[in-house]
Design a protein around this ligand. Structure first.
Ligand code: TYM
Length: 326
């Protein structure tokens, strides 16, 4: 069985971009692959955060992943900082990573621009830690949204460099995409992202969803209700396909095109469909959150299994590097 590895940051807001772009796919992959899913808390340290909130964020995100259908009986679900080999391998991989490649990463530039007071070295070496996450488990498939493609390309490059220098050790990881590789934020302009503040969270209650969708971006060429709309270029119509049946989506789009329905009608339908789709996730997540001991048990078991694989890989890596055994 091939190994799938993917990660998600506990950045305090699991949004529909994460869900549609990544986690829905993770859930399906569990049927066909050995899956390893990681809550990458060490990656999250590269951006401003409140230490007092971090452990709670990890617990909340775990409850949400479990609610979405990540199944600890079939997959390994764990927290990055619970397996110290991640940072050990990251250091080693940094020694074969070209500095120039790191400074050219789009996310490094974007994050540096957004937080000029916090351009730390961790932000620069972020993709090296990502490569370590993947290679530690010799994963061959990595499900991600398109924002991570460049990082994955670099992970492949790092793999080639390591194998060329020290001998064939790691397989080259390949990306796996969903049809929703890039969900835009509610502004309809940039990628949905917690740090940009344009996201709709899985945990948002119905009244918040109605309000957020009510303010979402629609077809700018449609000024009055009687103007025919262009569902293919409308953000709200685009999202409908993920939350309504194909028949209902076609009907809503036709209403927009023929101007028999206005943007407000479109938004109302989307908000109600979203509320219905997200309600079971919110409920299941709340059930898990009511039992933090069970969440800790899942993460403890996951880390234990992950550590066995990680230790085995690192023993081989140390040997390849020619390090003196202790
Ligand atoms: P993160 O936490 O930003 O996002 C988790 C996953 O969600 C996807 N995603 C999106 N997909 C579509 N539209 C969006 N608006 C959207 N926003 C986020 C991301 O592509 C990702 O798949 N660096 C990674 C975490 C990571 C990782 C790894 C991933 C660490 N190590 C190793 C794969 C393999 C990140 O920050 O994801």
């Amino acid at each position: 069985m091939e190994t799938v590895f993917s990660g998600i940051q506990p950045s305090g807001g699991f949004h529909i971009g994460n869900w549609l772009g990544a986690v829905q796919n993770w859930v399906k992959l569990q049927d066909d692959y050995r899956c390893i899913f990681c809550i990458v808390d060490l990656h999250a340290l590269t951006q401003h955060y409140e230490p007092a909130e971090m452990s709670e964020r990890v617990i909340t995100l775990t409850s949400e992943l479990l609610a979405c259908g990540i199944d600890p009986a079939r997959s390994i679900l764990f927290v990055q900082s619970h397996v110290p080999e991640h940072t050990e391998l990251a250091w080693i991989l940094a020694t074969v990573t070209p500095h120039g490649d790191l400074s050219r990463m789009t996310q490094f530039k974007d994050k540096s621009e957004r937080a000029p007071d916090n351009i730390n070295a961790g932000l620069l070496t972020y993709p090296v830690l990502m490569a370590a996450d993947i290679l530690l488990y010799k994963a061959t498939r990595v499900p991600v949204g398109d924002d991570q493609v460049q990082h994955l390309e670099l992970a492949r490059e790092i793999t080639r460099k390591f194998n060329a220098r020290f001998g064939e050790t790691f397989p080259e990881p390949q990306p796996l995409f969903t049809k929703a590789t890039r969900i835009l934020g509610l502004d309809g302009k940039t990628k949905m992202s917690k740090s940009v503040g344009n996201s709709l969270l899985i945990a948002d209650p119905p009244e918040v969803i109605r309000k957020k969708i009510g303010n979402a971006f629609t077809d700018p060429t449609r000024v009055r209700k009687v103007d025919p709309g262009h569902p293919e270029s409308c953000y709200v119509c685009g999202l409908q396909g993920y939350f309504a049946s194909p028949e209902e989506t076609a009907r809503l789009h036709e209403g927009c095109r023929s101007a028999t329905a206005g943007c407000v009608d479109s938004k109302r339908a989307l908000a109600e469909n979203m509320i219905n789709a997200l309600a079971p996730l919110r409920e299941k997540a709340a059930e898990w959150k009511a039992h933090p001991d069970k969440i800790r048990q899942v993460l403890g078991d996951g880390a234990q299994t992950a550590r066995v694989i990680a230790a085995d890989t690192m023993a081989r890596v140390r040997e390849r590097l020619g390090l003196l055994a202790p």
